[in-house]
Write a protein of this length. Structure first.
Length: 195
């Protein structure tokens, strides 16, 4: 594991929101200039306060919502300010989710059971710093990488000539099933029940 990358990643995760908000592209939006003779867009196109609250509650109900997302969403619901909710849903949520995703990836790297492919891919994601790539990897790529590392771990168990026939049969059954869940179950539970 590359521990020299963990501290800079944590520092980057902490400083990124402050740096992003200080740049002109994230500055407060300016009101559009009034065009004489044109109709002002109706407020019926924008969601009302109740719609905004429902959207935030749905985010809170998502089990993938991390600490920063949860903290900010709860603060917005407590404050009840529709403009702040709208602004957070448009840009703040994405930044909070990106920070929570970085923390999740750092935790995966800190796990001593993380295999080579998981470690390699997690480090590459932290180096790239792409929030969309991190989210996609956490949703599906991590599962695939972990399954490959689990296959390697099971193959190492099978390479030991002193294992019992029952353990060998259980390991082969997990490899024959070849689902990420079966592989993980064998490594976490099955091999200890048979051995």
């Amino acid at each position: 594991m590359r521990l020299h990358r963990v501290a800079p990643a944590i520092a980057a995760a902490v400083l990124a929101p402050a740096l992003l908000l200080a740049t002109p592209s994230f500055a407060a939006p300016t009101a559009p200039a009034a065009v004489p003779g044109s109709a002002v867009s109706s407020s019926a196109d924008e969601p009302d306060a109740d719609d905004l609250k429902v959207a935030i509650v749905r985010i809170l109900a998502d089990p993938d919502s991390g600490r920063r997302v949860t903290r900010e969403a709860n603060a917005l619901l407590d404050a009840g300010d529709p403009e702040a909710m709208r602004a957070w849903l448009e840009s703040g949520y994405r930044m909070a989710q990106a920070e929570d995703d970085q923390v999740a990836i750092v935790r995966i790297l800190a796990d001593p059971d993380s295999g080579r492919r998981v470690t390699r891919e997690a480090n590459a994601l932290l180096d790239a710093g792409d929030p969309e790539a991190m989210r996609a990897w956490l949703e599906s790529g991590y599962r695939i990488a972990q399954a490959e590392d689990d296959r390697v771990a099971i193959a190492r168990i099978l390479a030991d000539p002193s294992i019992s026939q029952a353990l060998r049969a259980a390991a082969n059954a997990a490899l024959d099933d070849n689902t990420p869940e079966a592989l993980r179950h064998f490594l976490e539970v099955g091999r200890y029940q048979v051995a």
